[in-house]
Design a protein around this ligand. Structure first.
Ligand code: PRP
Length: 195
């Protein structure tokens, strides 16, 4: 889908910490949906090759990763792929991370002895990722890898990396394809920048 005027038809929102500093902001396309689709197909093919003949459990991190996961699982060509979800909260209703990570939903199934691929929408400071990798490692999976649609590598606080990366992006606040600002914009079919 191509949209030369991405803001049109989508909600404007207010940003700024006080009424005096508030200004209207609208999403500007950073990665169009066609590029996302093509990259997810590539990631799916790579994951299918790497896990050929082995059962795989995808663990999506709610809420941001569910749209990416929905497309990724359909791009994976393996006989046995199962899904589970973790809920995590890091950001509040603002553009800054609070630095606090907490589980809002645990897995439904044990991962002991299971080949696990953690599915994230974005790897930013790495605080969430670091927290989740520790939580999951303690549950003794057979293997543990991670895929992220977006990697904001320049913002890393913790020395973590994903085994599969869709796109490395600059230090911009991005929304769309599952990513939100104050719970809005997750529905955008592209990745957009909010300034
Ligand atoms: C986002 C994203 C990652 C995390 C990455 O989640 O989904 O889980 O932030 O940031 P970090 O690398 O700086 O820890 P968010 O807390 O916005 O919640 P959401 O997935 O419900 O939108």
């Amino acid at each position: 889908m191509t949209n030369d005027n991405p803001g049109q038809g989508w909600p404007s929102i207010l940003s700024g910490s006080s009424p005096g500093s508030a200004h209207k902001t609208q999403p500007q396309i950073l990665i169009p949906s066609e590029r996302i689709t093509a990259r997810i197909l590539e990631l799916g093919a790579e994951i299918s090759r790497d896990y050929h003949g082995r059962p795989l459990r995808l663990i999506g991190v709610l809420k941001g990763a569910w749209i990416f996961l929905a497309d990724l699982i359909r791009a994976i060509d393996l006989e046995e792929v199962t899904v589970d979800f973790l809920g995590v909260a890091t950001y509040g209703e603002a553009k800054q991370t609070s630095g606090e990570v907490r589980l809002t939903k645990d897995l439904d199934h044990s991962i002991e002895g299971v080949e696990v691929l953690l599915v994230e929408d974005i790897l930013d400071t790495g605080l969430t990722f670091d927290f989740l990798l520790n939580v999951l490692r303690n549950r003794k999976p057979k293997s543990l890898r991670a895929v992220t649609l977006l990697d904001k590598a320049s913002r890393r606080i913790r020395p973590v990396h994903a085994d599969y990366v869709g796109f490395t992006i600059p230090d911009e606040f991005v929304v769309g394809f599952g990513l939100d600002f104050a719970q809005n914009f997750r529905q955008l079919p592209y990745i957009a920048v909010l300034r």
